[in-house]
Write a protein that binds this ligand. Structure first.
Ligand SMILES: *Cc1c(COP(=O)(O)O)cnc(C)c1O
Length: 343
């Protein structure tokens, strides 16, 4: 029998469960570009209510929700402030320049987390030489930061600073629910702090496709226009939205299991003689470094031969992500494979 693949490359690799597929098949749909897909409307309403925001927009990806937010908040030549490893800057193909013609000021945050003081030090004086500082982006949890989450008080401080200095504040909450489960914070508290929020349904929540952008009614009205320009307005999208509703209803609380498994895998890695450092595990992302005696390519190949997939995340650095298709026996199998790994 062929070995079952244990795919730890990302929490995006999950397949829809039976229950999710049933919900998708049963969805009532319409043409969402005409605004008459009831399931898309239900998802948007549900997400808006959850965060206490006025309105929401269903989009094909988190890249699109982030890029739409940047486009609506800025004018060409404006400046966006974010961490140097932020997804919106590092992993979206230069989209800030391509779509919005904006420049970016990067901060060296602590594992992806920026502080109010760092933001303050990046705001340009109102002098015609400088780009107009316009938008601050926070990412929670931080992907490059290894799943680190913010202290809510810091977000409150940045939010207050932004309001006082006429800066917009956007949350890249691709893995917001991982942060929520780890901290116990209420999404309504988060909704109050940001001008816009992006959440991904296709990461830890396990939907096949989709992200939701949240903001004021006026912001979402403009966002809908930009989504159309980008080619992201979909027709009978209710089939996808149904998966999103199912994910919000059934897959938030179980993220705890992913965090628990990530911590246990972290302990297994710490016990490996060839692992030099495991970045402290806060949620479902593990980042660790290998000693010189274990070249990263060889380690990834060794795992692959054993049916385990992980991701190179920089020189001698590996990322693993737990998710809802990673089971207890898989963790056991990984433990065995790591124990037998000698080079
Ligand atoms: C995955 C991710 C996104 C969006 O990714 P898509 O693959 O476009 O849905 C945005 N921000 C962060 C932090 C992410 O991890």
């Amino acid at each position: 029998m062929k070995k079952q693949v244990i795919d730890l490359r990302s929490d995006t690799v999950t397949r829809p469960s039976r229950g999710m597929l049933d919900a998708m098949f049963a969805a009532k749909v319409g043409d969402d570009v005409f605004g008459d897909d009831p399931t898309v409307i239900a998802l948007e309403t549900k997400a808006a209510v959850l965060f206490g925001m006025e309105a929401a927009l269903f989009c094909p990806s988190g890249t699109m929700t982030n890029q739409i937010a940047v486009k609506v908040h800025t004018r060409p030549g404006d400046e966006v402030i974010c961490d140097a490893g932020a997804h919106v800057y590092t992993y979206e193909g230069g989209g800030i320049a391509f779509n919005s013609g904006a420049s970016v000021r990067v901060i060296q945050g602590d594992r992806g987390r920026i502080t109010m003081e760092q933001v303050a030090s990046c705001v340009n004086p109102t002098d015609i030489h400088f780009p107009l500082s316009r938008l601050v982006v926070a990412e929670n949890t931080s992907n490059r930061g290894g799943g680190s989450y913010y202290d809510q008080q810091e977000l409150e401080r940045i939010s207050l600073f932004c309001r006082e200095h006429s800066l917009r504040f956007h949350l890249d909450g691709a893995r917001f629910f991982n942060a929520m489960i780890a901290t116990g914070n209420d999404p309504l508290q988060t909704g109050k702090l940001f001008d816009s929020i992006s959440i991904c349904l296709s990461k830890g929540l396990g939907a096949p496709v989709g992200s939701v952008l949240l903001g004021t009614g006026e912001f979402i009205h403009q966002a809908r226009r930009v989504r159309k320009v980008l080619g992201g307005a979909m027709r009978q999208a209710g089939y996808l939205a149904a998966a999103g509703i199912f994910a919000l209803d059934h897959h938030i609380n179980r993220l705890e299991e992913d965090h628990d498994r990530a911590k246990r895998i972290g302990r297994l890695l710490e016990a490996c003689p060839f692992v030099t450092q495991v970045v402290p595990i806060e949620t479902n992302i593990l980042v660790f470094t290998l000693s010189g005696m274990m070249p990263d390519v060889e380690f990834l190949n060794y795992l692959k031969e054993e049916g385990i997939l992980a991701l190179g995340f920089g020189p001698q650095t590996i990322r693993m992500v737990t998710h809802l298709d990673i089971t207890e026996p898989m963790v056991g199998r990984l433990a065995e494979v790591l124990k037998n790994c000698q080079m």
